[in-house]
Design a protein around this ligand. Structure first.
Ligand code: TXA
Ligand code: MG
Length: 337
């Protein structure tokens, strides 16, 4: 398949129009959102949705998020709209919040992997039909935050790539489940736990956000079962407080280099002074974890073929630090030192 490339930086409306028409005719379109690039198909057309799983090499039981253009589209996709959903969407849509609730009969089972719930979000940029879209990477790879990342994974596998420039949050949307009368974070993201709690009070955190699933434990979100966000290199997370954490990373660096491996440290503005004489790259500021989220996946991709081991710093698991630690720990297969 020849993949068409459209530069929508200067012509966002033409990009949306092209994407919409290809999606309505059953094709696959990669498009930018405020979080990461998505790979979209008509979410009401099971056959089109199947092509997404094929292009990504994604397991069929890992369900997709439906992306809508206006809040009123939600009632057609869910059995009913609970009050807490109304409160959350009034505050956070359009934006990086995905909500999971009982699906209506209009939603094809291809979208939900056979579950009786469906995930819905309203991104800042949207098209006409509900668009089923996972992140536009090959399954298991870091999510793409630029059109070049999409091209690297998807060229020849999809119809169109719409380039809208780099995404600004850099990690995928917050996913919450509204089942069981509660609000439970399944995946942390740009809408933080603190922001949610300011609107609706206490919010649960699924244990799988920061720890591996135990043997035989059911996944609240099927995505938690699979290895995720993995760069080619081994990722290791240094924990504890500074400067001990930096000392542990340096000791690990020296040990691995002595074994003949190439190491790099993902440092921050605040910690660069610790790593003099080592190979490091500054990926953001500890005091502003959003800057680290924005660049993490792009920095992983930039190390492809260059580093065998990537040494990273843990952050406090508050505000955007929670989303950062969730992605980092999963990339590391939960390997901490
Ligand atoms: O920011 C985002 O959310 C991006 C952009 C493209 O919108 N999309 C994205 O989709 O990250 P994906 O497919 O890579 O991740 C969706 C996550 C998966 O972990 C999936 O298992 C979970 O949401 N999910 C989807 N439907 C679900 C459901 N009904 N119940 C529980 N988890 C669900
Ligand atoms: Mg993904």
């Amino acid at each position: 398949m020849d993949t068409r490339y459209f530069n929508a930086v200067k012509q966002p409306e033409a990009g949306t129009k092209l994407g919409g028409s290809v999606i309505r005719s059953g094709g696959l379109v990669a498009f930018p959102t405020e979080t990461v690039y998505g790979l979209g198909a008509n979410g009401l057309d099971g056959e089109a949705v199947n092509k997404i799983f094929e292009a990504k090499g994604r397991p069929n039981d890992n369900p997709l998020i439906l992306h809508i253009a206006k809040k009123s589209d939600l009632k057609d996709l869910w059995k009913s709209v609970p009050e807490r959903a109304r409160l959350l969407m009034d505050e956070f849509w359009p934006g990086p919040l995905t909500m999971v609730y009982l699906k209506s009969s209009r939603v094809p089972e291809e979208v939900t992997g056979g579950l009786d719930t469906v995930a819905v979000r309203m991104p800042i940029r949207a098209a006409g039909v509900p668009i089923a879209a996972p992140s536009a990477n090959l399954s298991g790879k870091p999510s793409p935050t630029t059109a070049d990342h999409v091209k690297a994974d998807m060229d020849g596998r999809i119809d169109v790539i719409i380039d809208g420039g780099p995404c600004n949050i850099g990690v995928e949307s917050t996913v919450v489940s509204l089942m069981g009368g509660a609000v439970t974070i399944l995946r942390p993201g740009g809408i933080t736990r603190e922001m949610l709690e300011a609107v609706i009070g206490p919010v649960n955190l699924s244990p799988a956000v920061l720890a591996p699933l135990k043997q035989g434990e059911a996944a609240a979100s099927p995505g938690m079962k699979y290895k995720h966000y993995a760069p080619d290199a081994q990722v290791i997370v240094g924990t504890g407080s500074l400067p001990d954490m930096a000392a542990k990373l340096i000791a690990e660096y020296d040990r691995r280099e002595a074994e003949g491996l190439t190491c790099i440290i993902f440092a921050t503005e605040e910690t660069r002074c610790f790593y003099r004489g080592k190979r490091y790259v500054i990926i953001g500021e500890r005091k502003n974890p959003l800057t680290l989220c924005e660049s993490l996946f792009a920095q992983f991709r930039a190390q492809e073929g260059k580093a065998d081991v990537i040494l990273c710093e843990a952050l406090p698991e508050t505000d955007m630090g929670l989303a950062y630690m969730n992605r980092l720990l999963r990339s590391a297969g939960f390997k901490t030192i």
